[in-house]
Design a protein around this ligand. Structure first.
Ligand SMILES: Cc1cc2nc3c(=O)[nH]c(=O)nc-3n(C[C@H](O)[C@H](O)[C@H](O)COP(=O)(O)OP(=O)(O)OC[C@H]3O[C@@H](n4cnc5c(N)ncnc54)[C@H](O)[C@@H]3O)c2cc1C
Ligand code: FES
Length: 295
């Protein structure tokens, strides 16, 4: 197994302990039941899931930023981030954009159907390290899914975090996800600024790039930490702008996507420079990603 972390043995033991929540065999999927399906938009559904095995439900835990390897019979596996926070109760949520064979089959699922899941996989957002800071989220498209997990976590542990600001961009108003949550977040004092590339007659918020929303907020390099997720091109511009606004690369966190097979640092499919995205990431600080051209 390729190991690039400075404390691989400690990390391996911790990861093995996490997997042991579900099964002794890290390649063996566990069956989860889809309890509810929430339509976010034409292309995106949120699956509210719980384990068939009640003991799995009781012991299962994860941290925002981690993901599950999701499988469907004869269609293989795909990595999908948790869009829920472990503070939201038992089970978990996966928010899935229809992309290819597996995700299209997931879009045909009905409540009560089953999916296979392995995990939790990956290195999460450093939620403890972020305590005491203001949190600035910048999400684009389906990239808002892993960020939703952190927003929910921070709201459940409100006293540990400062101001929370969410900047979220989509192509059109119909492409926005998590509309209900955005309303709830606003009522809980979260500043939410939305932006679309193309508005419609009912759209009253920003039209343009999500980076332009950064001009509408006060960024304080000393106390703000940014969490960014979206398409590669969006991330490149957002990360560059955050640095221009004075944020240190070590204060900016992002989660990367690469094609994956094993999800547990063995096959080498997901390499990014000298790292494995499934194992060393998918969450990285910008200080770990000097070459933004490769995002
Ligand atoms: C850590 C991680 C977390 C993810 N979280 C989510 C999530 O929360 N919700 C969600 O909808 N998707 C997520 N994805 C992306 C998802 O895994 C892919 O869209 C998935 O491969 C789709 O499987 P499929 O069989 O339906 O499509 P495929 O047949 O595998 O692919 C369909 C199209 O998408 C492209 N593609 C596949 N995988 C990727 C990738 N990793 N990066 C860029 N392009 C890709 C393919 O080249 C192809 O053009 C995540 C990916 C990673 C690596
Ligand atoms: S090493 Fe196999 S998917 Fe990352």
């Amino acid at each position: 197994m390729k190991q690039t972390n400075s404390t691989p043995h400690r990390k391996n033991r911790e990861r093995a302990r996490q997997f042991a929540q579900m099964s002794d065999n890290i390649y063996l999927p566990c069956q989860a039941r889809v309890d509810e399906i929430i339509r976010e938009n034409d292309q995106v559904l949120t699956f509210v899931c719980s384990f068939e095995d009640v003991l799995c439900n009781k012991d299962f835990s994860y941290v925002p930023g981690q993901f599950m390897m999701v499988s469907m019979p004869h269609l293989g596996e795909a990595p999908i981030s948790f869009s829920s926070s472990p503070t939201e109760g038992t089970g978990f949520r996966l928010t899935v954009r229809r992309a290819g064979r597996l995700t299209s089959a997931m879009h045909e699922l009905k409540p009560g159907d089953q999916i296979g899941v392995r995990g939790p996989c990956g290195t999460p957002f450093p939620v403890r390290e972020l305590e005491g800071s203001n949190l600035l989220f910048v999400g684009g498209g389906i990239g808002m899914a892993p960020l939703r997990s952190v927003v929910q976590y921070a709201l459940a542990n409100r006293e540990r975090y400062g101001d929370i600001t969410v900047l979220y961009g989509a192509r059109t108003p119909a492409d926005l996800c998590f509309r209900k949550e955005i309303g709830l977040w606003r009522r809980q004092g979260v500043t939410c600024l939305l932006s679309v590339d193309h508005g419609d007659e009912n759209w009253t918020e920003h039209v343009g790039l999500v980076t332009e929303l950064l001009d509408q907020v006060q960024v304080s390099p000393a106390s703000d930490r940014a969490l960014v997720c979206g398409p590669g091109i969006m991330m490149r511009f957002v990360l560059q702008k955050l640095v221009t606004l004075g944020l240190e690369p070590g204060s900016i966190w992002t989660t990367l996507e690469r094609h994956m097979k094993c999800g547990v640092g063995i096959c080498g499919h997901c390499h990014f420079e000298d790292r494995l995205v499934c194992w060393d990431g998918p969450v990285f600080s910008m200080a770990q990603l000097p070459d933004l051209e490769n995002l």
